[in-house]
Design a protein around this ligand. Structure first.
Ligand SMILES: [Zn+2]
Length: 322
């Protein structure tokens, strides 16, 4: 059913304002974070871009995922839900249609970001509160061992102001699986089947607040982030909103120079101006063109398993037996 113009523009503006509320607000960062710039060598490492829904990676960390792939990582997409509640603003569709559209669109995001494969775990959308967390943890452990994952992206398990249970349930299960995958007594049948224990060492939790410890410069991969949001049509605030707005304004005899003279330019520039505004505002705070923010946990987060201090203590204090 065609929408009335006022309805269309109101919905679009609502989409943008909701986006502003759910993405990081740069004002929440108080302590100076570490600034991760382009250029670190990561050849041979593996990342998993893990999201509950079709739009989370594209909106919150696609620039950083693309940056690490440019620096030598191999990557995989893992999506936890089937996105059956994930409809399009102005074109709701049925839950069944949503499943199909989002599946295809995450396949396309996987392709444009340069990730190798999309693993979809197919839990019901918005219903992850009562899934078996041990089953989900076991599935993630299997994937981390099978794919030899060094680095994960997911929602911060400890983020505040979170409305969506899929976000925090998945975040907690990723945190648990990252640790347990490295322990041979957890799911030993996987070890017996030939998989090696695999601790996930770097965790980029796409944070909202309160704890932002790392800001990543994504200026070199901002076009990839636009590609991912362009593919995210059913759920995202990007997709074809720009060309629709251009067509709507043309019916009224108006145009926005921002939207150019063709649909591709309209879609990309709309995403650049409105969807990427939080990345631009965050970047400006740190002298960068575009940036993304994380609660980052690196190898030292598991300090109890890192014996450097004990080695140093033994070196300084050990004496001969007699
Ligand atoms: Zn989500």
């Amino acid at each position: 059913m065609p929408m009335q113009r006022r309805d269309f523009l109101t919905r679009m503006m609502t989409g943008v304002s909701v986006l502003g509320a759910t993405q990081l607000n740069a004002q929440w960062i108080t302590a100076p974070p570490y600034i991760e710039r382009a250029g670190a060598p990561h050849v041979g490492k593996v990342l998993a871009a893990i999201q509950p829904h079709a739009d989370d990676i594209a909106l919150l960390c696609a620039g950083t995922v693309a940056k690490l792939l440019n620096e030598g990582y191999t990557g995989y997409m893992i999506r936890a839900t089937n996105d059956d509640m994930g409809d399009e603003v102005g074109d709701p569709g049925t839950p069944g249609e949503n499943v199909y559209r989002n599946e295809r669109e995450v396949d396309e995001q996987t392709r444009v970001l340069g990730l190798k494969k999309h693993f979809s775990l197919q839990y019901p959308n918005h219903r992850m509160s009562d899934v078996s967390r041990n089953e989900l943890i076991c599935r993630l452990i299997f994937l981390f061992r099978f794919l030899k994952v060094d680095t994960v992206f997911c929602y911060d398990p400890w983020g505040h102001d979170e409305e969506n249970p899929d976000h925090y349930v998945l975040g907690h299960c990723v945190e648990a699986a990252s640790w347990m995958a490295g322990r041979i007594h957890d799911y030993p049948e996987q070890i017996a089947a030939g998989f090696e224990a695999q601790t996930v060492k770097d965790k980029y939790y796409y944070a909202r607040r309160p704890e932002i410890t790392r800001v990543v410069d994504i200026s070199s991969t901002v076009e990839k982030k636009i590609d991912a949001n362009l593919a995210n049509m059913a759920k995202g605030p990007g997709g074809h909103h720009g060309s629709r707005l251009r067509a709507q304004l043309a019916k009224e005899g108006k145009k926005l120079p921002l939207l150019g003279d063709d649909d591709v330019t309209a879609d990309r520039n709309y995403i650049r101006e409105f969807v990427l505004e939080p990345s631009r505002v965050l970047g400006q705070k740190y002298g960068l063109q575009y940036a993304e923010a994380f609660h980052y946990l690196g190898p030292m987060a598991n300090a109890i398993e890192t014996p450097t201090r004990m080695d140093e203590y033994i070196r300084k204090n050990a004496v001969p037996l007699r």
